[in-house]
Design a protein around this ligand. Structure first.
Ligand code: ATP
Length: 234
């Protein structure tokens, strides 16, 4: 099967710091890929570079054959890439529904609408008129994922959806995410929790100091193997 996303020899710098180093991988339509690695390994930087929120200093990002490396974020949204950023970044003074609708202004044609998002995240139904700043972390995360879905993405990028959430909220968000994945989205997700990453993903990519040190099907990799790659133990 041909790749939906190709990342080719991608380099990203933060000033002098070489955060992503000649990273290459492909994601096939319908695949769920977990990106793991220690703090500072470059996971967020890589996701942001794919989404256009961070400029690449070398290499290419290709979506379904179209080179999008130099497209600004809003144009990448139209090509079908949606990022759920670390920290969620909702508009705090807008309601849940308004946050969803704002994202929907820059969308590809497709099936997602507010009612569809509320069906997937029933916890948001009674909160649709509430300001985002008054929501719990889990509710904010659900809104942030819903906002990404409103753009009708072909590729959903999720950055640490469980970060800072209480364990029960993590369970709730992952349960709803299961329904999202049931809609056949192609997903690249950063997840610190290895057990969750291995449970949800078809494939695991591990970054160490900006380089890929492991890229294997989740079914063929053990937790020990990933942990060793994570810490650079050979
Ligand atoms: P974490 O799990 O802590 O989010 P990560 O794997 O996502 O880690 P990045 O956040 O991509 O890693 O960071 C990679 C490297 O780039 C780190 O050394 C980090 O300090 C640095 N870095 C990230 N963002 C910036 C920035 N805006 N300016 C300067 N350096 C940055």
């Amino acid at each position: 099967m041909s790749a939906l996303l190709s990342v080719e020899e991608l380099d990203v710098h933060h000033g002098l710091l070489h955060a992503v180093r000649a990273v290459s991988f492909e994601v096939t339509e319908g695949e769920r890929v977990a990106l793991v690695g220690a703090n500072g390994a470059g996971k967020t930087t890589l996701l942001r570079a794919i989404a256009g929120a961070q400029r690449a200093s070398g290499g290419r990002v290709v979506l379904d054959g179209e080179v999008i490396t130099d497209l600004p974020t809003h144009q990448r949204v139209r090509t079908g890439i949606a990022l759920v950023p670390e920290g969620r970044r909702l508009f705090p003074d807008l309601t849940v529904e308004e946050n969803l609708l704002v994202a929907g202004r820059r969308r590809r044609d497709g099936p997602w609408n507010v009612d569809g998002v509320l069906e997937i995240f029933p916890m948001l139904t009674k909160l649709r008129a509430r300001r985002a700043s008054t929501l719990s972390g889990g509710e904010q995360q659900a809104t942030a994922i819903g906002r990404a879905l409103m753009t009708n993405p072909r590729l959903l990028l999720l950055d640490e959806v469980s970060l800072g959430l209480a364990p029960l909220a993590v369970d709730a968000v992952y349960e709803c995410l299961g329904s999202v994945l049931g809609h056949a989205a192609t997903v690249l997700l950063v997840e610190q929790d290895l057990a969750r990453a291995l449970a949800v993903a078809d494939r695991v990519i591990c970054l160490l100091e900006g380089r890929i040190v492991l890229d294997l099907p989740a079914a063929e990799v053990s937790r020990e193997q990933v942990t060793e790659a994570y810490f650079g133990i050979r």
